[in-house]
Design a protein around this ligand. Structure first.
Ligand SMILES: Cc1cc2nc3c(=O)[nH]c(=O)nc-3n(C[C@H](O)[C@H](O)[C@H](O)COP(=O)(O)OP(=O)(O)OC[C@H]3O[C@@H](n4cnc5c(N)ncnc54)[C@H](O)[C@@H]3O)c2cc1C
Length: 336
């Protein structure tokens, strides 16, 4: 083990943490903020990062606050995934938090760490991208608030500390689906969040794992706006299939830049993005759409037929569609 941190600092306020970060940098020391350490510690151990000063944020209680205003939710950077899992004020966010890693990762990993790492398929960031979240930071230049998409697209500010994220209170159903190597152990390969606002008649969809940061599916969103019957908040199964096609097409257009992971060729990602989006869309707006019918519409014939294994879906997906792997509506053990 060769991770060398010559100094561990433990501020108790945001102001102290920012001062320490800036002082370390002024002294020419490589400094890192430490949230839960689920990304930073393995990187230090593997020698991927060399750091002389670590600024532990655990004692900064103001970062661990969740708040609800009349129309907005604010979540401190020190809030863990476990804190979010049971949060009734944002069931969609709770669902995204619930499918992160294992219990240990959820207990220690924080919102600030997710933003600091900015993984392309981060469960939290994909959901927050669909939710049009804002990121609040503090640096020696003062506090700043910016849209999440801009925060992720910009170069990270090395002297800034994320203090919180902010999102609108839910105005309708939302869901989050992911596909990973093994559920509860690995980050997502491809993921999709759908957030519906039945008051403003809008639907947002973000797909993770298909670019440097989660990507909004703007054409599919525009289609959904017109396709949803806003009086009842429902859609037809044909509309769900069309929505899925639009997401597939948008993902296909990104082919030259699609990442290739241990399980995911570009072709896999394109296919998976459409399937997840169609399913998330239907789940939010018309859970009554027959799953076999939707699966048959979305899934091509072999050799893709084993792409979406039942064990790769979220825990509240009732063993994730027994019908999924087959186009004829039967599951791996036959029809149920
Ligand atoms: C086995 C394993 C499984 C995982 N599974 C998943 C998964 O299923 N889904 C998923 O999305 N992620 C997963 N992750 C990734 C990880 O848990 C998340 O990225 C987590 O949110 C990181 O938070 P942390 O508090 O542990 O960050 P840390 O490791 O403490 O920090 C990560 C980075 O963020 C910076 N940072 C920390 N706090 C702040 C702050 N307040 N402001 C600015 N920068 C800050 C650090 O300096 C560092 O660069 C997994 C990781 C592991 C090791």
């Amino acid at each position: 083990m060769h991770w060398s941190a010559s100094g561990m600092l433990r501020p108790s306020t945001v102001g102290e943490a920012v001062e320490m970060l800036s002082a370390a940098r002024a002294a020419g020391l490589e400094a890192a903020l430490l949230g839960g350490g689920t990304d930073l510690v393995p990187a230090l151990r593997a020698g991927q990062r060399q750091v002389q000063t670590i600024i532990g944020l655990r004692r900064v209680l103001e970062l661990r606050v969740r708040g609800a205003g009349a129309d907005r939710l604010t979540i401190g950077a020190g809030v863990t995934y476990t804190d979010l899992v049971g949060w009734s004020l944002s069931p969609g966010l709770a669902r995204a938090a619930r499918v992160v890693g294992s219990a240990q990762i959820r207990n220690t990993g924080t919102v600030g760490g997710a933003l600091g790492s900015a993984r392309p398929a981060s469960d939290l960031l994909t959901f927050l991208t669909a939710a049009d979240a804002e990121v609040l930071t503090v640096s020696p230049r003062g506090p700043r608030r910016q849209p999440l998409a801009r925060f992720l697209a910009a170069r990270p500010e090395p002297d800034a500390l994320v203090t919180a994220v902010r999102l609108a209170r839910p105005g309708g159903p939302a869901t989050y689906l992911k596909i990973g190597g093994r559920q509860a152990a690995y980050p997502a390969e491809v993921s999709c969040a759908v957030v519906v606002d039945r008051v403003r008649h809008t639907l947002a969809c973000a797909v993770g794992g298909i670019g440097r940061q989660p990507v909004r599916m703007v054409e599919a969103e525009a289609y959904a706006q017109a396709a949803v019957d806003w009086a009842t908040g429902t859609v037809s199964s044909a509309a769900a299939a069309r929505f899925a096609d639009l997401v597939t097409e948008a993902t296909q257009a990104l082919t030259p830049t699609l990442p290739v992971g241990p399980h995911g060729s570009a072709r896999y990602r394109i296919h998976a993005a459409g399937v997840l989006a169609g399913r998330a869309f239907a789940r939010c707006l018309n859970p009554a759409i027959a799953r076999p019918a939707l699966a048959a519409t979305l899934l091509p014939a072999a050799p893709h037929s084993d792409f979406l294994r039942p064990d790769t879906f979220g825990p509240d997906t009732p063993h994730a569609d027994p019908a999924t792997p087959h186009v004829d509506g039967t599951g791996p053990q036959g029809a149920r």
